[in-house]
Design a protein around this ligand. Structure first.
Ligand code: ZN
Length: 334
C-alpha cells in the first residue's frame, strides 16, 4: 500500500542551534531511536522573550545546548508541551529549574494501565538470532535515560490550555489546537505571525503516528487530522524530522493512508477470524521489524474503532472485561 510521501532527508547536527525563520530556531537532541527518528527537535519561538516547545530528553548537554542558543538579552519565559511522552517532556523539570519558565499544556497524561497491553503480543519468532543479538546490543548501548520512552505521568502544566486558547508573547502569538489521537492531551501550536503549525507527534514528516490504546484513540486521531484541513497553515514543524510543506495535501494523504490500512484489515479478516499477531507481519512486511510491536498497537486501534462501529466482533469478551484485548481473536461481521 502506498504510504504518504515521507521525507527522511534529515541529518541534524546535534547541539548547535539552527535558524529556521525570523521567529523560529531549533536544537535537536541526540536521542535517535526507531521511535524518535533522528531525535527530538526542540523549537525556540520568538526573540528576547522566548518560548520552548517540548524540551525533549533530560540529557544535560542537550539542555545546555538550548540555553546556549539564547543571546545575551534573551530568556526562556514559557515551556509549551504538545503532549506527555517522555521524549518530549522528560527534560521539563530540569529546564524549568534552570530558567524559571512557566509550563503550558492541555493537562496530565490520561490513565495508564498497570500492564502494558503490548506485553500480550510478541514477534520474537520473526527475528533471526543475529537480528536479536544486534537489536539487544543496540539497546544495551543506549543510555538508560533514553530508554524511558512512553507516557510521562509526572507532568502537570502550570497553565492549563485548551482548544482555541491564545498564548501571547512579546513579538509572537501562539494559538492552541487540541488534536487528540496520538495521546488524549495532544495539542498543536500555531504561530500566527508565520502561519505555521508545530505539530508535535500528530503529523510527522518521516512516519505515521503511533496510536496506543487506551489513551491513544484512532477515531479521535482521524477527526484531529480532518480538523487541520480547515486551517491555512503554510508549513508544519513536527518534533521529529524535517518541515512539511504543502501540509494540507500531506494530511489528506495521511487520512487516505489510514483508510487504506482499515481496508487492509477488513480484507484480512474477510479470509476468516484472525489475531493481531498474524495480521501485523503480513501488513507491515516492508517496515522495520523492530516497529512491529508499535504497529500492533496501531492495528489494535483500528480494530477497536471497527468494534465500536459493530463491524467486527470478538468472541468471549464483554465490556465488563474491559473490552477486546490485543490478544483477542477478531471476526468480521456481515
Ligand atoms: Zn509522542
Amino acid at each position: 500500500m502506498a504510504a504518504p510521501a515521507f521525507n527522511r532527508d534529515f541529518e541534524p547536527d546535534y547541539g548547535p542551534v539552527v535558524e529556521l525563520s525570523p521567529l523560529i530556531r531549533r536544537v535537536v537532541a541526540k536521542n535517535p531511536n526507531p521511535f524518535t527518528f533522528t531525535g527530538t527537535g526542540v523549537y525556540l519561538i520568538g526573540r528576547g522573550d522566548v518560548a520552548v516547545i517540548d524540551p525533549g530528553p533530560t540529557l544535560d548537554e542537550h539542555l545546555d545546548a538550548i540555553e546556549a542558543a539564547l543571546g545575551e538579552d534573551e530568556s526562556i519565559t514559557r515551556i509549551l508541551v504538545t503532549h506527555t511522552h517522555t521524549d518530549h517532556t522528560a527534560g521539563v523539570p530540569k529546564l524549568q529549574a534552570r530558567t524559571g519558565a512557566q509550563t503550558y499544556g492541555f493537562g496530565p497524561h490520561g490513565p495508564v494501565p498497570d500492564k502494558d497491553p503490548m506485553d500480550a503480543v510478541s514477534f520474537d519468532e520473526y527475528f533471526t538470532e543475529q537480528e536479536k543479538t544486534d537489536f539487544e546490543k543496540q539497546w544495551a548501548d543506549t543510555p538508560d535515560e533514553l530508554k524511558r520512552e512512553g507516557p510521562d505521568a509526572d507532568f502537570v502544566p502550570d497553565v492549563v490550555v485548551g482548544d482555541g486558547d491564545v498564548i501571547q508573547g512579546d513579538g509572537w502569538t501562539v494559538e492552541v489546537v487540541h488534536t487528540p489521537g496520538h495521546t488524549s492531551n495532544h495539542v498543536c501550536f500555531g504561530l500566527r505571525e508565520e502561519k505555521t503549525l508545530f505539530t508535535g507527534d500528530h503529523v510527522m514528516g518521516w512516519a505515521t503516528s503511533v496510536i496506543s490504546p487506551p489513551d491513544g484513540d484512532l477515531f479521535d486521531y482521524m477527526n484531529s487530522l480532518t480538523k487541520l484541513l480547515d486551517r491555512d497553515d503554510v508549513r508544519y514543524w513536527p518534533t521529529h524530522g524535517p518541515a512539511i510543506e504543502d501540509p494540507q495535501t500531506y494530511v489528506q494523504a495521511f487520512i487516505d493512508h489510514r483508510n487504506g490500512r482499515e481496508a487492509q484489515i477488513v480484507t484480512a479478516l474477510g479470509e476468516g477470524p484472525s489475531t493481531i499477531k498474524d495480521i501485523v507481519p503480513a501488513m507491515y512486511a516492508e517496515v522495520d521489524k523492530r516497529l512491529w510491536r508499535a504497529a500492533a498497537n496501531s492495528v489494535y486501534s483500528h480494530l477497536l474503532a471497527l468494534y465500536k462501529q459493530g463491524r467486527v466482533s470478538v468472541s468471549g469478551v464483554t465490556e465488563d472485561d474491559g473490552g477486546p484485548m490485543i490478544s483477542s481473536t477478531w471476526t468480521l461481521e456481515d
